[in-house]
Design a protein around this ligand. Structure first.
Ligand SMILES: Cc1ncc(COP(=O)(O)O)c(C=O)c1O
Length: 362
């Protein structure tokens, strides 16, 4: 039998994700220190507490032979403290990607209308498409200048879901709490997903709105400021009843034990987190000044990444890669033609990157 069975209708039109550079491959290339700045990860490993927690955990007589704690009890307790919300309002997931996928699959039926403030993180669109939802992308005249009225006007009584990222990836647009309230009010019959994957870089959250708006679902990630992209862990914060609904479909074994151990330890080391946030802030300022000096058009976002406009983005991306600096050409994203996206690490790392960038661009 050699017949390939085709996937279901809603999947046939989707294109497989074009992967960025994997660190395993980058490491194989003979050169000094590579700078992987293409996927918005943290550029430093997680807190040393994480390694100590792994060691402690693995030195017990039983550990990985058991399934993970399905309720993530210890981690949810710590997250309740970190978010200022109740444990019953928190659901831990296998990365925030799994949170977005779960939200889409829990709420979206065929032809349900989903409003997305665009350009946006493409995975959510993909998850909504796989549910056969009808996507309405709302673009601003200038992608870096928000026009919240455009989102509000796009919401109708038929809207089932609204997705905004705050601050947005890839544009860095940051919505105020009042703007989020206006969206929640207009979308009274819909779920409003606020993706806070980059929350730590702004410390601006919609969590205080959870008590008043039962249609609000917030997603967060340990992959960005908390340096745990490789562990795959994220979480949802929402009204307890929404959490219960999401748990109808949530795979309770999907958050692996080591990820739970790592996330708990990382959350407990806020000094390490704040030191990293401070380093990124300083490095962003340094990069901004250097790019300005070079006369290069760029957009500094409130997150841990920036966009740089160049004449030949594909060529520059490749040249930088040969020098060990991995960035991402975002030209195929509507409105972002010519922009390279790169994440910002520490001032020391970015000094090296700017040196290399100067050579490549000249
Ligand atoms: C806006 C946004 N949401 C979610 C994610 C996924 O994060 P995670 O690693 O937690 O799945 C990303 C990753 O780049 C992102 O940019």
């Amino acid at each position: 039998m050699r017949k390939i069975i085709s996937p279901k209708k809603s999947i046939r039109s989707l294109k497989p994700y074009t992967a960025v550079n994997s660190f395993a491959l980058i490491k194989k290339k003979p050169r000094q220190e590579p700078h992987k700045l293409d996927w918005n990860e943290a550029t430093l490993p997680p807190s040393p507490r994480v390694f100590r927690a792994f060691k402690r955990y693995l030195s017990q007589p039983h550990h990985l032979n058991w399934y993970p704690d399905p309720e993530c009890i210890a981690l949810r307790r710590e997250l309740a403290r970190y978010t200022g919300r109740d444990e019953s309002e928190i659901l831990v997931t296998n990365g925030s990607d799994a949170a977005l996928d779960l939200i889409a699959r829990t709420y979206l039926d065929d032809d349900d209308e989903v409003i997305i403030a665009a350009p946006a993180y493409s995975h959510f669109t993909l998850f909504a498409r796989s549910c056969d939802a009808m996507i309405k992308e709302v673009y601003y005249e200038n992608p870096f200048k928000k026009e919240v009225d455009k989102i509000i006007n796009a919401i109708t009584p038929n809207t089932r879901m609204v997705y905004i990222i705050n601050p947005n990836n890839p544009t860095g647009v940051l919505y105020t709490i009042d703007e989020v309230i206006a969206i929640l009010k207009k979308a009274a019959n819909a779920i409003v997903v606020v993706d806070e994957a980059y929350y730590e870089y702004t410390m601006r959250s919609a969590t205080p709105l959870l008590s008043d708006f039962t249609n609000l679902i917030i997603t967060r990630s340990f992959s960005k400021a908390l340096s745990l992209a490789g562990a795959r862990i994220g979480y949802i914060i929402s009204h307890t009843e929404n959490i219960k609904n999401l748990m109808r479909l949530h795979n309770i074994k999907s958050v692996n034990t080591l990820a739970q151990v790592a996330a708990l330890a990382a959350l407990q080391d806020t000094d390490y987190l704040y030191a990293y946030l401070d380093a990124v802030k300083k490095a962003k300022h340094y990069v901004h000044v250097e790019l300005q000096r070079m006369g290069i058009e760029h957009v500094i976002t409130p997150s841990n990444f920036i966009l740089v406009k160049v004449k030949n983005p594909r060529h520059i991306e490749q040249e930088l890669a040969t020098q060990g600096v991995y960035v991402r050409d975002r030209s195929m994203v509507p409105q972002l033609n010519g922009y390279l996206r790169l994440n910002i690490g520490t001032p020391k790392q970015m000094k090296k990157v700017i040196e290399i960038f100067k050579k490549v661009i000249s």
